[in-house]
Design a protein around this ligand. Structure first.
Ligand code: FEO
Ligand code: CA
Ligand code: CA
Ligand code: CA
Length: 569
């Protein structure tokens, strides 16, 4: 139940001011502790993090990964398990000891091993929440972990490689951004910017138009993985990128289980995967494709969820839809089928963006997390920003006109769209939408860039990204935006976390992160007395010493509690 305050609001805290301090700031009456940092060992045979060398490939493979992102807490057999995505690495930080020499092969591999997913048991003791070393549940899932590709794409020619002529045995996951949780208690890790890891020796190498749609080129983003693993050489292995960009299902209760890439959920730059069991029992999953001018998606299972049902079937057999928003406030889900796209089911699941372009879905301002309101059949999606809105088409050539839920040209601030399925039925193809908030800066701008009425000098922010509801029904909003605190962003401080009342629209700032971080990932302990929050890439431009206050900033998970021990969210 909501913790009602004397003033009648649902917020059990006083809003805080913005901050540019290199620390975590929370309201009075709350306290924070560090739970796990990049490089903290999961096993007692692994050395503690060394700020000078920043570890080796071997130590990193058995330590907490880098750049924490989506996460969830699972209660299993009386234990508390944290499952968290480790999205990517900041090369200057992870290779810092190498200076201008750049990384050696082990350094490149260390970067690779810092990607993926960490599963670790947590326990609340004298020093607060800490990782339980050597727990049988502890596990690192990396770009080298063996996985199965399942669903319509499995075995298709487009996913076959020399190393895997079956097109089903895929190695690893990387750039896992947001996440999801299935009704049966498995974890979904969503592969986002998987393209930035592929390269070709010949920088003039031209990739296919289908690979270009996903941002693949002969040049990687600086990770240099092709130097240690030819899988990432796209000239040699042009189908390898077709084996990434999926939602990966992981069973956190079995450290020997094989993760499954669920191709039925489509291939895109997945943000998160918000699962809902519809009134009729069908599994419905809402997903954003985080790229300028890309789309918002829905998956509907063919069969219904019930205890004991074959959950592989629910994740492998279903239909994808892409959203079309009309200026009237109505919207529709457009089915991606052979009839509507002229593509086979497998092709739709591999070239999902191309399929959605064919049906004329609405190009969006970078759809990030989707969250479902526990008190109403209602979804929220953060549209983080889009400097190209109204200016440039997306990579598929679809135009991006101003309008509907993307109302501002060259949108620097972002907004949160919400929609209600017709008749509360998540399988209905119709919905009604509005904007929950338009971020902006009312101190600097008087036009649409000032933001919506529920945004003010006191709660302004830019670039909403992570979204999650608590059990009391407040919407938590995490930002991944411009932290310059200047010009368009003057007065907005560091990235932050706010809470919004879905009914009144009121938004209050709850937490401000350290310098140059993104705040991303949110979950609660089973008793709801601890809120776990992720702090990603503090000091990405060299301006933070958090959390150890030395030369090496480290992405970390923090625990937030009320000083009175009360329920938090
Ligand atoms: Fe990894 Fe869309 O954020
Ligand atoms: Ca994100
Ligand atoms: Ca983002
Ligand atoms: Ca980020």
């Amino acid at each position: 139940p909501a913790t009602a305050r004397a003033d009648g609001s649902r917020f059990a805290f006083e809003a805080i001011s913005t901050s540019t301090a290199d620390t975590i700031t929370v309201p009075e009456g709350f306290k924070t502790e560090i739970v796990a940092r990049w490089g903290d060992p999961l096993f007692s045979d692994t050395p503690e993090f060394d700020p000078l060398t920043r570890g080796t490939a071997a130590s990193q493979a058995r330590a907490f990964g880098d750049n924490t992102d989506g996460m969830d807490i699972f209660s299993h057999a009386g234990r508390t398990l944290l499952v968290v995505n480790n999205e990517y690495t900041n090369r200057d930080i992870i290779w810092g000891d190498r200076g201008d020499a750049g990384p050696d092969a082990d350094g490149i591999l260390k970067g690779m091993m810092a990607h993926g997913v960490t599963v670790v048991e947590l326990a609340d003791g004298e020093n607060g929440w800490q990782m339980v070393k050597d727990s049988p549940y502890n596990r690192r899932i990396t770009p080298q972990t063996e996985m199965l590709l399942t669903g319509p794409a499995a075995g298709h020619d487009l996913v076959k490689t020399d190393a895997d002529p079956t097109g089903t045995k895929v190695q690893g996951t990387w750039n896992n951004c947001g996440n999801g949780v299935t009704p049966w208690g498995t974890y979904l890790a969503c592969e986002e910017n998987f393209n930035g890891y592929f390269s070709a020796e010949d920088e003039a190498h031209e990739v296919s138009a289908d690979l270009k749609r996903y941002g693949i080129s002969a040049k990687d983003w600086g990770y240099r993985w092709a130097e240690v693993d030819t899988r990432f050489d796209v000239a040699q292995n042009p189908n390898e990128p077709n084996r990434a960009g999926y939602v990966v299902e992981i069973d956190p209760t079995d450290a020997t289980s094989t993760p499954k890439k669920r191709s039925a959920l489509g291939r895109m730059k997945h943000e998160n995967a918000e699962c809902v069991v519809n009134n009729d029992g069908k599994l419905v999953i809402y997903m954003g494709d985080d790229e300028r001018g890309e789309f918002l998606y829905r998956y509907v299972s063919n069969n219904v969820y019930a205890p004991g049902v074959d959950t592989d079937d629910l994740m492998d057999n279903g239909t994808l839809y892409a959203a079309k928003f009309h200026d009237t406030g109505a919207g529709e889900w457009l089915e991606l089928s052979e009839a509507t796209t002229g593509m086979s089911k497998a092709e739709i699941c591999i070239h999902t963006r191309q399929a959605a372009s064919k049906v004329g879905a609405t190009t969006m301002d970078r759809p990030e997390w989707v969250a479902t309101n526990p008190n109403a059949p209602e979804l929220y999606c953060a549209l983080t920003n889009n400097k190209n809105r109204g200016i440039k088409p997306n990579a598929g050539g679809d135009i991006t006109p101003v309008g509907g839920p993307n109302p501002r040209e060259a949108n620097k601030f972002g907004q949160i769209v919400r929609w209600k399925p017709n008749a509360g039925d998540h399988t209905s193809n119709g919905f009604a939408w509005d904007l929950y908030v338009m971020a902006g800066n009312p101190d600097v701008h008087q036009d649409a860039r000032a933001g919506s009425d529920n945004l003010s000098s006191g709660n302004m922010f830019n670039s909403p990204d992570g979204l999650a509801f608590d059990e009391a029904g407040l919407l938590w909003i995490q930002t991944d935006g411009n932290y310059s605190n200047a010009d368009d962003f003057a007065g907005q401080g560091n990235n932050q976390m706010l809470a919004g009342d879905p009914v009144t629209g009121e938004i209050r700032r709850f937490l401000v992160g350290p310098n140059e971080c993104e705040v991303t990932g949110l979950s609660w302990s089973a008793d709801r007395r601890t809120m776990f929050v992720g702090i990603q890439h503090p000091g990405e431009d060299g301006g933070s010493h958090w959390p150890d206050m030395n030369d090496v900033p480290r992405s970390a998970i923090i625990a937030v509690r009320r000083e009175d021990g009360g329920i938090i969210g």
